[in-house]
Design a protein around this ligand. Structure first.
Ligand code: BGC
Length: 454
């Protein structure tokens, strides 16, 4: 079994994260009609999965430390299948909500464990690319869900298939993971050196296994030698890393990306596109832009640097949000509907080149080793909670203050994200994690961004 096959199987977790969060955009208009839902009720169909994800992400790390990564991913796969089937067969709104909650738990677990498992399985020289592979899988899953939504938008009950089809990759993930080993790092941490040796053998073949095993032992000794106390999370360089990580987690959501990812057809309808199918097709176009620009970001991220991509992306997002807001302010007409559609696509493209991949990459880079798990987990939970809050209030905001003001608000928050980045976010390109750790620093941090990028 080569690392490629292992990565292909495990990254289905990222694909499912994308599919199950994206699929709701095309399903929602039909679900709304079927159950005559108010804006708040519609928001709940989306939000309950996000609440589940925050809980799932909060517990995933701890459970995976005691039970192993593989078992927990298999459990998440089972939840993906169960949640999809409950949603597809739901006889009532409340059962649909229960199914979305189950899906949410699975999404949260996958959002933490897929990159964790992949990075622990990856040969050291490929670890960086692996984190980015996960974002590619998320965006591909979102695109896949849009295509499925479009193909099934012809019938009023198509939404059941849209939600139910997520069971297929869930099943493949679960069955595939049964045949994969647990991560060598976890096995070694449990003292199961023979199993760790077997796992390394299966990933890379017998060459170099002894050296890798020796490195693992040294690494584990270094980590076990020092379990950082909780108080350390909130002082010195960890505090700074936490401000950057949690700050970016929140900004990634409050600048509005998922109002587009989850509610795009609703936005396009409001902008005046002629039919639900046209709106869903425009949404699929947005999905393509998201995947393509994520790919562009991956090619640039080690050359142009994280900070530069983030800054360019945020400026682009702010400008396109301003255009979008102006479009809604002027009102709906044929040409304007298309200007709105194009600015939504451009906005997603700018997100995909910066804030999308850069957030997940930075949180895997900026925390010192002794607190990396906890730091990543806090940032991930903050990301899901912020996502939950935004999607819960979005439709209510549209109803209350209108689309123009809502998108203007996101524009203002994007400018705040830009100022935050300029002042605080360091450049981590081309540096070892140890160098980054040594450079992030207590007092200097206020100038860290500028200094680090110089
Ligand atoms: C975000 C998700 C978002 C996706 C869109 C991810 O980086 O965490 O919330 O739906 O990007 O591509």
């Amino acid at each position: 079994m080569s690392f490629r096959k292992i990565a292909a199987t495990a990254s289905l977790g990222g694909l499912l994260f994308g599919y199950d969060t994206g699929v709701i955009s095309g399903a929602l208009p039909f679900i709304k009609d079927q159950y005559s839902l108010s804006p708040t009720d519609q928001g709940l169909v989306v939000s309950i999965a996000l609440a589940g994800a925050a809980v799932g992400a909060g517990f995933a790390g701890g459970i995976a430390d005691s039970l192993g990564r593989r078992r927990v991913i298999i459990t998440a796969a089972a939840l993906f299948v169960a949640g999809a089937l409950i949603c597809a067969l739901a006889p009532s709104y409340w059962i649909l909500l229960a199914g979305r909650l189950v899906l949410g738990l699975a999404i949260g677990v996958a959002s933490m464990l897929t990159p964790l498992y992949l990075s622990e399985m990856a040969p050291a020289d490929k670890r960086g690319a692996v984190v980015s592979l996960n974002q590619m899988c998320i965006t591909s899953g979102i695109l896949g869900s849009y295509i499925v939504d479009y193909l099934l938008s012809g019938s009023g009950t198509g939404w059941r298939w849209m939600l139910g089809l997520g069971a297929v990759p869930g099943l493949v993930l679960g069955i595939g993971m049964i045949f994969l080993p647990d991560s060598p790092r976890w096995l070694a941490g449990q003292g199961e050196m023979n199993a760790a040796r077997d796992a390394l053998n299966r990933i890379n073949g017998p060459k170099g296994v002894d050296t890798q095993l020796h490195e693992l032992r040294t690494d584990l000794k270094r980590e076990n030698g020092r379990v950082a106390p909780w108080s350390e999370m909130f002082s010195g360089k960890v505090k700074y890393a936490l401000i950057v990580g949690v700050g970016l987690a929140i900004f990634q959501q409050i600048t509005g990306i998922n109002t587009v990812i989850y509610f795009a057809p609703t936005i396009f309808n409001a902008a005046g596109l002629p039919s639900t199918s046209a709106s869903i097709l425009a949404t699929a176009g947005v999905g393509v832009v998201n995947v393509v620009m994520t790919y562009v970001a991956l090619r640039l991220i080690d050359r142009a640097g994280r900070r530069s991509l983030l800054i360019v992306g945020l400026i682009g997002m702010a400008v396109t949000l301003a255009i979008l807001s102006a479009g809604f302010f002027i009102g709906n007409s044929g040409a304007l509907a298309w200007i709105t559609t194009l600015s939504v696509a451009a906005y997603v493209g700018f997100f995909a080149i910066g804030l999308g991949p850069v957030f997940w990459l930075l949180i895997s880079e900026i925390f010192p080793l002794a607190v990396r798990g906890r730091g990543m987990s806090m940032a991930t939970v903050a990301n899901w909670v912020a996502n939950l809050v935004v999607s819960q209030v979005f439709l209510v905001l549209i109803d209350g203050i209108g689309s123009a003001s809502t998108f203007l608000l996101f524009g203002v928050l994007t400018v705040a994200a830009l100022l935050f980045t300029l002042r605080l976010v360091p450049e981590t390109k081309g540096r070892s994690l140890e160098e980054i750790e040594a450079d992030l620093g207590g007092e200097e941090h206020a100038h860290g961004g500028a200094r680090a990028s110089a």
